[in-house]
Design a protein around this ligand. Structure first.
Ligand code: UTP
Length: 308
């Protein structure tokens, strides 16, 4: 392969973020019968809001939600709430009014695209093709919540993508026994949190996994991915996998793995959602003290002295 074919096609800053939210969220049944997983709250904000805030902080002004007919709640949430805003305004509740209005700040637009059939994450991303066009873009999976004191994970990745003109995928180390739950990458040596990806495989068993570096739900992708997705056949689980299209992209473009700064909670699982709630409560400027005491009281009541 010529070095030309690996060179960046562009070094533009990302402006568009795709949120594939058309899955069924079966791990959270029965609540997900009517409440989309992405609308589950950590304290008082739904998971989707944390991801949207992270995208906006990274510089995105166009948010593309890939939804389905059961997920009206997400579109409703980002819609203007005229009556509520009027009531808050009349009663002088300006702080709350700001909260409601800032769900989607001025200058940021939300676009909803339907994925008629849940054919897989790769297929969901492909549904965004016409809206994204020919520019690098982000993909964010809202159930991966990333808590960070400094710049958000996507802002960190957008900087790297812009600097190197590469695609960038967030990764973190996982225990080897968990590789079958993730996309796993093989990379060149890391320098400054970045390592060029040389291979990627969806949910490999621990004995064949090329490493223990797992893909987390944040991607900055070259638009070339759309053409590759169009020819990607169903893979693991019979679904059109984003991982398989990324594997094809590796032959044509530079794709970097990026070890983000921050703590990731897998809020697609019960435990991850609980852990995130605890962390955000302990870090909350108003709730922290009470949360700490309640946790201690619960441990005392249950007779738990020291956790192993
Ligand atoms: P998951 O594997 O987490 O599936 O999808 P899920 O349906 O959300 O949850 P479980 O496993 O049944 O509990 C990863 C991401 O890809 C999206 C999901 O919404 C989630 O954000 N997705 C998946 C789609 O948008 N469309 C699909 O066809 C599949």
């Amino acid at each position: 392969m010529s070095s030309d074919s690996m060179s960046p096609i562009t070094s533009r800053r990302i402006r568009k973020a795709v949120f594939p939210v058309a899955g069924f969220g079966t791990r959270f049944l029965p609540v997900t019968k009517t409440v989309p997983k992405e609308m589950l709250p950590i304290i008082d904000k739904p998971l989707i809001q944390y991801a949207v805030d992270e995208a906006i902080e990274a510089g995105c002004d166009t948010l593309i939600f890939i939804t389905n007919r059961y997920k009206h709640a997400i579109a409703d949430y980002f819609d203007k709430a005229y009556e509520l805003e009027h009531k808050l305004e009349k009663s002088g509740k300006t702080e709350m009014l700001e909260l409601v209005r800032n769900v989607l700040p001025d200058g940021v637009r939300a676009i909803f695209v339907t994925q008629a059939e849940a054919l897989g994450l790769g297929h969901a991303v492909l549904c965004a093709k016409a809206v994204v066009g020919d520019e690098p873009f982000a993909v964010m999976l809202p159930d991966d919540l990333i808590w960070s004191r400094g710049p958000g994970a996507l802002a960190q990745m957008a900087d790297v993508a812009e600097r190197d003109g590469s695609s960038v995928i967030a990764v973190q180390q996982v225990p080897r026994e968990q590789t079958a739950s993730y996309g796993i990458v093989a990379t060149d040596a890391f320098s400054d949190r970045c390592g060029r990806i040389t291979g990627i495989v969806e949910k490999p068993e621990p004995d064949v996994a090329p490493s223990t570096l797992a893909v987390v739900g944040r991607y900055v992708l070259d638009p070339r991915i759309f053409a590759l997705l169009e020819t990607t056949k169903p893979g693991k689980g019979g679904e059109i996998q984003l991982t398989d299209a990324i594997a094809a992209l590796l032959a044509e473009r530079t794709v970097n793995a990026y070890r983000f700064e921050g703590t990731r909670f897998d809020c697609g699982t019960h435990l991850g959602l609980i852990e995130a709630t605890i962390r955000f409560a302990l870090d909350h400027e108003v709730l922290s003290e009470h949360a700490r005491r309640s946790m201690q009281a619960a441990l005392d009541e249950l007779g738990v002295e020291d956790l192993p």
